[in-house]
Design a protein around this ligand. Structure first.
Ligand SMILES: Nc1ncnc2c1ncn2[C@@H]1O[C@H](COP(=O)(O)OP(=O)(O)OP(=O)(O)O)[C@@H](O)[C@H]1O
Ligand SMILES: [Mg+2]
Length: 439
């Protein structure tokens, strides 16, 4: 009896201990206590869950069944047992779930006729059945899908990671998988960064600027919000255009630079500037555009020619810039075909896509375009309380939820001043161009 009382008294202590463990060191709690229980329960409930989520298939199987027999003269029903072919619900084979930083992942063998999209369609149902924050589906090879479950939203708080030391590569945030979110201009040269107002576009541009500021690159900006966003970073910008005519001149300079670099590469038999000897390799340039739509909006017909010229120059930079070390990062609330054919063509050249919270489904569709429909649904579900959360098309062809590090204007401004001495002057960069240059 006293033993029982001692056990009863120990229970609250045990509960408090577990609570404190979970609260103060979640990773070890998850690995040693949470994960083993979860893995066993996921395996044990897989048949029911797969059935409920429509992931089973009926298969003909030989089954030992009981069939009603004749009634004997005594009135007793004689049952017969025999093998029979019957249709049985078959579940896909599942390996043992393995732990991840924020949950677990498991490989499942698809049944005949199933594709990964069947699992993607059932992802929300699976998440509810397992009581997890989200289930993501990927397919490493034909016939296998990997279900990745996150126990709670890993993007609620995102700690800043050290930036990448590689040229033109910046760690701007975290993916929901826990991996760093990296923008690498050498792999994906041009980016579209869309989202409603206050969704976190400028914060991401700040993160990019802070990451690129210590690198040997020239940063140039087009800020058609009258320069209010980018002017504080002017010490680290080689050129800044704050109105459409300045933007036009800057883009003309970039096109002329591109033509000049083309000649340089041709002479050296190089396909791009990265094949040139470092001594003659020109400095890479990253162009940040804030509020892209302002470049295209026409107040009256007199602006038509100017817009057409600017839009063509931007498109040429997007088409040819990669080989000649000119990269684009365009931010905008709407990046749609309603702004004109130039935008549609520009969008086609920007393979890097980032979609923050959007107000209308069209913007998500325009930004993420041909990605999985689940990515569009996910972009539309980003809540206003988590600015900086975005859907990102990854370099591996998958899409991810991600969140940028919070980089305040002050931090970005401080970085711009700290690395001001690394700013190549625009006059120097464009010195040998035949046309007049923008200051
Ligand atoms: N990753 C983040 N973590 C925390 N807060 C963030 C994050 N990203 C943005 N914010 C905050 O959200 C607010 C809006 O961010 P931001 O100015 O980047 O939005 P925006 O999309 O550029 O808006 P606008 O279109 O009006 O310029 C800011 O107060 C910013 O500090
Ligand atoms: Mg902004």
């Amino acid at each position: 009896m006293s033993d029982l009382l001692a056990w009863l008294a120990a229970l609250p202590l045990l509960g408090t201990g577990l609570w404190a463990w979970r609260r103060w060191h979640y990773p070890s709690f998850w690995l040693l206590a949470g994960y083993p229980v979860t893995a066993l329960s996921v395996r044990a409930s897989w048949r029911r869950v797969a059935l409920g989520c429509g992931l089973t298939k009926k298969r003909q199987r030989w089954w030992f069944t009981t069939v009603p027999g004749a009634i004997a003269s005594t009135g007793i029903v004689r049952v017969r047992r025999r093998f029979q072919r019957v249709a049985v619900d078959t579940k896909p084979f599942m390996w043992l779930p393995l732990p991840t930083r924020h949950g677990w992942h498991v490989t499942v063998w698809t049944l005949e006729g199933q594709t990964p999209s069947d699992y993607a369609d059932a992802a929300e149902r699976l998440a509810h059945s397992w009581g997890v924050h989200a289930v993501r589906v990927s397919s490493p090879r034909p016939g296998r899908v990997v279900l990745t479950a996150t126990m709670r939203d890993p993007l609620i708080t995102v700690d800043r990671l050290p930036s990448s030391p590689d040229l033109l590569k910046v760690t701007v945030g975290r993916l929901e998988t826990g991996h760093p979110w990296i923008i690498d201009f050498r792999t994906v040269p041009h980016w579209l960064n869309a989202g409603a107002t206050q969704s976190g576009k400028s914060n991401l541009a700040n993160a990019l600027l802070v990451g690129l500021a210590p690198q040997p690159v020239a940063l140039v900006g087009i800020d058609l919000k009258g320069g209010v966003e980018l002017t504080p970073y002017a010490p680290r910008l080689s050129a800044l255009a704050t109105c459409r005519s300045e933007a036009g001149r800057l883009l003309d300079d970039l096109v002329a630079l591109m033509t000049d670099r083309m000649g340089l590469c041709r002479q050296a038999s190089a396909r791009d500037i990265w094949q040139l000897p470092p001594a003659i390799r020109p400095v890479p340039i990253v162009l940040l555009v804030d509020e892209l739509a302002e470049l295209y909006l026409m107040a009256d017909k007199s602006e038509k020619d100017q817009i057409a010229r600017t839009s063509t120059a931007l498109l040429r930079v997007a088409q040819l810039g990669r080989a000649f070390g000119i990269y684009l990062f365009c931010c905008g609330q709407r990046i749609g075909s309603d702004l004109g054919p130039g935008v549609t063509a520009l969008r086609a050249q920007c393979s890097g896509r980032i979609c923050h919270r959007v107000n209308d489904p069209e913007t998500a569709t325009m930004t993420l375009g041909d990605l999985d429909p689940a990515a569009l649904a996910s972009a539309r579900a980003i809540p206003a309380e988590t600015p900086g959360v975005a859907i990102v098309a990854g370099q591996d062809g998958q899409w991810y939820r991600a969140r940028s590090f919070h980089i305040s204007e002050q931090v970005a401004e401080h970085a711009a001043h700290t690395y001001a001495h690394l700013t190549p002057s625009w006059e120097e960069i464009t010195a040998h161009l035949p046309e007049p240059v923008t200051a």
